[in-house]
Design a protein around this ligand. Structure first.
Ligand SMILES: [Zn+2]
Length: 213
């Protein structure tokens, strides 16, 4: 039987000189154990971030790297697989932290709105019976990535906020398209609908019944 290939590891070292010395030791050890170290994160199966808690700049950079890595990992096949055969709502399926880790309530609302998909839609309708992603899953993946990227850009400073412990990547209130906009006009070009709010699985869902189908 052939042995499974060892995961390709990308190593990032941040922080003080002590962390750098530790990193050198770990890298030497990994190489000795036969692991292949990738130069770029994109080609790696695992990204290890060695950082320290003393330097704010190191903390920020580690948070940013982790957030970017999460975004890169989201794809249509993964979303479809998580929704196949699920009779729950699409909102509930996306809120499951096992599907897209760190995708908080705000981001789920924003991503569904951007993808023009209803939060009430049955989750399994973004996949074929065999679990392959359909056009809706493709649209949703693009929206999730766009929303998270916007959050990183807009919330660059709040990524550094230690008080933020709710799992959201950062604040980007000023660019909300639907969240917290109950009764206001939908921002989808040409829609003109009114944003509504309702409670879904104990959380507030904001959506536009006119353009989100
Ligand atoms: Zn609308």
């Amino acid at each position: 039987m052939q042995e499974a290939a060892a995961p390709r590891i990308s190593f990032v070292s941040l922080g003080c000189p002590k962390a750098l010395v530790d990193s050198e030791r770990i890298i030497t050890r990994l190489r000795a154990e036969g692991y292949e170290l990738a130069r770029k994160h994109d080609g790696a199966d695992v990204v290890i971030v060695n950082t320290c808690g003393f330097l704010d700049s190191a903390k920020q950079e580690a948070a940013l790297l982790t957030a970017k890595r999460k975004i890169a990992e989201v794809d249509a096949a993964m979303l479809a697989a998580a929704c196949t055969g699920k009779k729950t709502s699409l909102k509930a399926a996306l809120s499951d932290q096992r599907v897209v880790a760190g995708l908080g309530n705000i981001y789920v609302c924003e991503a569904l709105h951007r993808a023009l998909l209803s939060p009430k839609r049955i989750a399994s309708t973004i996949a074929s019976k065999s679990g392959a992603p359909n056009e809706r899953a493709e649209r949703l993946v693009g929206s999730i990535k766009a929303v998270l990227n916007d959050a990183i850009e807009a919330g660059g400073s709040s990524l550094r906020d230690h008080r933020q412990t709710n799992g959201e990547l950062g604040y980007f209130q000023h660019s909300f398209q639907v969240y917290d906009r109950e009764g206001e006009t939908c921002k989808t070009p040409g829609c003109g609908g009114i944003v509504r709010r309702f409670t879904q699985n104990g959380r507030s869902t904001f959506w536009c019944p006119k353009c989100q189908k």
